[in-house]
Every structure is written in C-alpha cells, then in structure tokens.
Design a protein around this ligand. Structure first.
Ligand SMILES: [Fe+2]
Length: 243
C-alpha cells in the first residue's frame, strides 16, 4: 500500500488555509490602508447548529464552533504573527512540525486543524449513511466487526484522561488503528505517539458535550455515531489507501 504524504489530508478534506500575503500594493494610498486579512480564518459549519440534534444540541454546537474554534484561530494568528520563522507556513505544515514549535502554536494549530476535521466528520442524522464496502472490510479485518470497532473506539475515548481526542487512523503500514491524543494534538503531528492519517475523530473535551451530557462522556460517544458522516470517512479512507 502506498501512503500519501500527510498533507493529502488537507487536500482531501479541502482544509488548506494558506497564509495570505498581507503587503499592501506599493500604489495603495498610505493614508487609507486596508486592514490586513487574518491568515487563518474560521470555516463555516457545513450545516445548521441544530442539524446534529438530538446527538449534539444546538447550543453546544454554537459555542463550540463560534467560541472555542474561533479562539484557536485567533490565538494561532497571534502566535504566528510574533514569530517571523512561521510566516508563510500552511496549517498542515505547522501541525506536522508541531513538536518543534512553541506550545501556543502546537495547541492552536492543532485546535484549528482538529475542529475543521471534526465538523466535516459529522452530518445530520438522516445523511449519516454507512461505511463503504472497502472500509467495512478493513474495519472488520482489524477489529472483528463494526460493533467491536465502535466498542474499542468508545473505550479509547472514555480512557482519555482529561481533554483530548480519539481517532481512527490509517497507519504508515496501511492498517487501521484506534488512538487517542492529549490536548489538541493529533496523529499527524511529529510528536504523536501513534502516527497516521486520521479518517475519523471525536472531540473528548468537555466543551464538546457537557451541556447535554454533563459528565456522561460514554453516552456522548454512543450518541455521536448517529451523526458520523460515513461517506466522508469512507472517502478519506479511500484517499489514504490509494495504491
Ligand atoms: Fe472542541
């Protein structure tokens, strides 16, 4: 199996967020400079905030996207603006080198990438669909059955102490694996214990579920399957598995 460079995820997911040249044209009037655009911006949710109910309530989605994700974007822009060495780097470049970068960059680049990935991992329940035959076959081969996979994913999510993420990844050897990362780390990072291309991920921060589920993270993990976008996950799997 031929692995695609980790940056494929950016292409496959349509998440590339290249830095934008901010230098005003030489002919621009000095007295009226246009405000420089932010290098990284908050992507719109691909559905209405209430579209994932009852699995995830509208208030949680509104705050999660508009406050938490926005904060990662804002703080990433601040961190990058103070370090000339980071100018011109894409989000994916920052993420893959996160282990060598300041904590503010690692945390906020991870937060921005993870949440952009997360929104596209979900879809309104009526559109959830099913895993492709190829992905179903791979999951069955690795975990025994779809139900056993879901049980293992839930176990990894509930076992993540504190805040973090639980992932289904395609490893460099082409096999599927479940892993979890602390804070806003992810499996693309050089610092990740288990590296691979994420195709599915769930947010284990309390801000993702506390309003509806309070301390019942296991219930959130169970309900979340109702809104998993299996079409998107299957497409990511196919992209990561191209020969
Ligand atoms: Fe989150």
């Amino acid at each position: 199996m031929r692995m695609i460079h980790p940056l494929l995820s950016a292409l496959a997911l349509g998440m590339a967020a290249p830095l934008v040249a901010q230098t005003a044209p030489a002919t621009a009037p000095a007295a009226a400079p246009a405000p420089a655009p932010a290098a990284f911006t908050l992507p719109a949710l691909p559905y209405a905030p209430d579209a994932l109910e009852p699995a995830i309530d509208a208030q949680t989605m509104t705050i999660h996207h508009g406050k938490h994700h926005q904060a990662y974007v804002d703080n990433l822009n601040k961190a990058v603006a103070t370090d000339a060495a980071l100018k011109g780097m894409t989000l994916e470049q920052l993420v893959t080198k996160a282990g060598t970068l300041p904590a503010a960059v690692r945390n906020n680049a991870g937060g921005h990438w993870n949440h952009g990935f997360f929104w596209k991992t979900m879809v309104p329940p009526a559109q959830a669909g099913t895993a492709s035959p190829a992905l179903t076959k791979a999951i069955t081969a690795q975990f025994g059955s779809m139900d056993q996979f879901k049980a293992a994913f839930k176990a990894a999510g509930t076992a993540r102490f504190g805040s973090g993420w639980v992932w289904l990844i395609v490893k460099p050897d082409g096999k599927l694996a479940i892993t979890s990362t602390p804070n806003q780390d992810n499996p693309l990072m050089d610092a990740a214990e288990d590296k691979g291309l994420p195709i599915l991920g769930n947010d284990m921060w309390e801000h993702a579920y506390y309003l509806k589920y309070q301390n019942r993270r296991a219930d959130y993990l169970d309900g979340w399957w109702q809104v998993v976008n299996w079409g998107e996950v299957s497409r990511r799997f196919a992209a990561a598995s191209k020969r």
